[in-house]
Design a protein around this ligand. Structure first.
Ligand SMILES: N[C@@H](CCC(=O)N[C@@H](CS)C(=O)NCC(=O)O)C(=O)O
Length: 265
């Protein structure tokens, strides 16, 4: 990611007032970011890599999403962020996704399920993810008090059950036979769930008692562009493992203590 775009962005001129008008839309993203992965999937699936550059936030400053130039574009200090040639800066993965699906509606697959009901199902899955799951996800890999971490992990387990009930009964995808924006919203976060929860919190698995999600995860991994995004996120996770993130942040020690029901069983 970010090779050709990197060269362009290294020379990016962000005006003192924060104005930045790239030649092409630029998505600021890193491999491990599940939120940004949702947008990378849309770009890959619709074949937009010639239309939209992908660059790392660090190209705007050493502090990445917290660097001055980046914060001028997105005061939230988060990724993803899409900057358009007219200088408009769009944060929030759901907003970026809607923009890409709208702007490039005529390019590649629409990623829209075929009926209003199926589109509502995809939107519901995405909304649950945005409102109730993304705010919890730091409990898998950020520093926090053990009691708070365990409480959030229990809520993750509950939200997995909620999502199990949202998925289409026939499947295999969130809203039926074809992969859609609903799947794009969900699947990157499941890279975290499937990689981190068994390995660092002793979960026996993520799909026990959740057959729709299990079937769905199998189908998602067979989609070429989803598999590409999953591999990108796994490489980011491998970097965290090499850096011994869970030891360094004291997470492994909290889990080893055994005072809490980490596996949410
Ligand atoms: N609701 C936002 C969440 C954005 C978000 O939390 N992004 C994370 C990466 S997945 C981030 O930028 N974290 C860096 C930070 O908060 O410093 C979205 O879907 O875009």
């Amino acid at each position: 990611m970010a090779s050709a775009a990197a060269a362009d962005m290294a020379a990016a001129e962000v005006a003192a007032d924060g104005t930045y008008k790239p030649a092409k839309p630029v998505l600021f993203s890193v491999m491990i970011s599940n939120c940004a992965a949702r947008n990378r999937f849309v770009i890959y699936k619709k074949g937009l890599e010639g239309e939209v550059d992908i660059a790392a936030p660090k190209l705007l400053g050493e502090k990445g999403v917290k660097s001055k130039a980046y914060m001028q574009l997105n005061p939230l200090g988060k990724m993803p962020l899409l900057v358009l040639p007219d200088g408009q800066a769009l944060p929030e993965s759901q907003v970026i996704e809607s923009y890409l699906l709208d702007k490039y509606a005529a390019v590649g697959p629409s990623l829209l399920p075929p009926t209003p009901e199926a589109r509502a199902r995809a939107a519901l899955a995405a909304r649950i993810l945005d409102l109730y799951v993304t705010p919890l996800q730091g409990c898998m890999y950020k520093q926090m008090d053990a009691a708070q971490r365990c409480d959030k992990l229990q809520t993750v387990a509950f939200q997995l059950d909620v999502l199990e009930g949202v998925l289409d009964a026939e499947g295999p995808f969130v809203a039926g036979a074809d992969i859609s924006f609903g799947d794009a919203a969900l699947f990157p976060t499941f890279v975290f769930f499937t990689e981190i929860l068994p390995k660092h919190f002793g979960w026996p698995g993520v799909f026990s008692g959740r057959p729709r999600l299990e079937r769905w995860w199998g189908a998602v991994q067979k989609d070429a562009e989803a598999a590409r995004v999953i591999a990108e996120m796994r490489s980011g996770l491998a970097d965290w493992e090499s850096a011994k993130r869970w030891d360094t942040l004291g997470i492994s020690a909290q889990v080893a203590d055994g005072s809490y029901n980490w596996s949410c069983s």
